[in-house]
Design a protein around this ligand. Sequence first.
Ligand code: ADP
Ligand code: ZN
Length: 600
Amino acid sequence: MYEPLEILKRVYGYERFHPLQEKVISHVLDGHDALVLMPTGGGKSICFQVPALCRDGLTLVISPLVALMRDQVEALKANGVAAALINSTQTLEEADQVLQDIAGKRLKLLYISPEKLFGGFITGRLSQWNINLIAVDEAHCISFWGHDFRPEYTKLGRLRELLPGIPLIALTATADPAIRRDILAQLSIDENSVFQSSFDRPNLHLSVLPGQKRFERLQEFLKTHRNQAGIVYCLSRAGTEDLAGKLSRLGYKADAYHAGMSTEARHRIQDAFLKDEMTIMCATVAFGMGIDKSNVRWVIHWNLPKNLEGFYQEIGRAGRDGLPSDTLLFYSYADVVQQLKFLDEASPERRELLTAKLDRMKQYAEAMICRRRILLSYFGETLEEDCGHCDVCENPPETFDGSVVAQKLLSAVYRTGERATLRHCALILRGSHAQEIVEPGWHDLKTFGVGRELKFEEWMEYGSQLINAGYVSVAYDRGMTLQLTPLSRPVLKGEKSVPLVKFRSFEEKKAAAPQPKPAAADDGDPELVELLKAVRKKLADEHEIPAYVIFSDKTLKDMASKVPKSSLEFRQVHGVGEVKAESYGPIFLRAIKEWLGTGS
Ligand code: ADP
Ligand code: ZN
């Protein structure tokens, strides 16, 4: 029996536990079950890995995806921990070796999918394995109400009968109350064993931009994120390929990833991303679960996601190392339409739930108040103060009396007989002689050209605001044409004033936003950091493991700031445990020595 803190320092090279980790670990070591709710990057793995290493015996880790298991096992092995996995892609010999290691009591952690667990002879052997703890990772997969529901996960309740008295710890990054109740019920965990940390991820910057000119915006964004790894989430498979193609032609190291590609191609692309050979991943939501890459510096949503759960999990893939990272969502009402169309396929009961979730997502995108407040309130948390680290906080919206603007737009809707889209209305108000306006004869309307004082983009923006506020609606089933609503009439008659948020161009917004901060003093010399990254890359290639399994970015920065000159000093660097100090220490120390020698 080891002390948890001793394991943390010796194996992982970390100085202290996060507050909740400590509580969970002592609860579990006392023989109790636990449900751990922490955001992505919150440090869930330590909660079951450390207890596993404190005690004799084997810890069984249930995980839904092979990629996820592989990464965690690699990371554990790099720290000198005896971990293995059983999955369907293994050869018989490999699986046999694992079983022998279990019989010989040489293994501390075994990762396994529910299919394998219940699919064959393994169920019958469990009781002989001296299991000390069961960990159910990504536990939300058990719930029908979750976005990652996996039917085979619902069998996991059987483990309680198969392994009576063995503590079970379930972990997830989803804090939705319905899902949480489901996990507790199915796994027979009691209400007093729930540990929930704050879902706030203060290192993530939150921002939203209107969906017009996305590609130009993206290029602007990339200029300030050179050579940084990032993910662009797109709605469609074709979208990912199109975007990756465009970016590649401009010289970016970008690639597409979606469920329609062969397993082999997906592995290759994922690998290149993990190894920092490719930096921009254009993907559908099929990508990401189980990606442990800690140095993803930004996540962009090209389209509006279906709900805040998924959105938060996706942006959560940025900045798992705790370093500042950016998130950006493009928002247009065409994306809302698209999402609503998907809902048509759902059963009526499910549709109601999904529509409500989509509404919360829209509220985030349209927020006039601190976005983090909206996000956290979804997870049942309240912030004491505005976060100061989202676009709304940095650049609070300015409102004005938009009654005249609203009247002009609504009268265009009225005079076109509710047969025009927002784009048409904007063109009519601007007095455009485009074919699409002249053909229906709209250039003869009384409203034609009465809105020349505003730019096209401004009309589009104010139009969306009026739609969002319900002064006009979109007929999704009639070519997205604008329709009057009960709220329109009082506005048209001048009986009601309409506040609007002042339009600001992208350039104005950019000018008003605070400039990115220069590297913090304790980040070390950037030149040395780059050099250490190159050393890491070379090692990763040699050992055929992802770069971050060797060391995280945070570790390299701490190394560059501490500039260790001996193995003793090397061991003081954040994230350097006993085994890594031994296996990688000499190589990094040599590189640092040479760098110092070249006299900078
Ligand atoms: P999650 O599974 O909750 O998404 P991880 O377990 O992958 O998060 O942890 C995220 C990162 O934080 C990892 O790089 C992990 O090594 C690191 N980490 C976890 N606990 C600590 C700690 N107590 N001190 C320092 N780093 C930690
Ligand atoms: Zn804020």
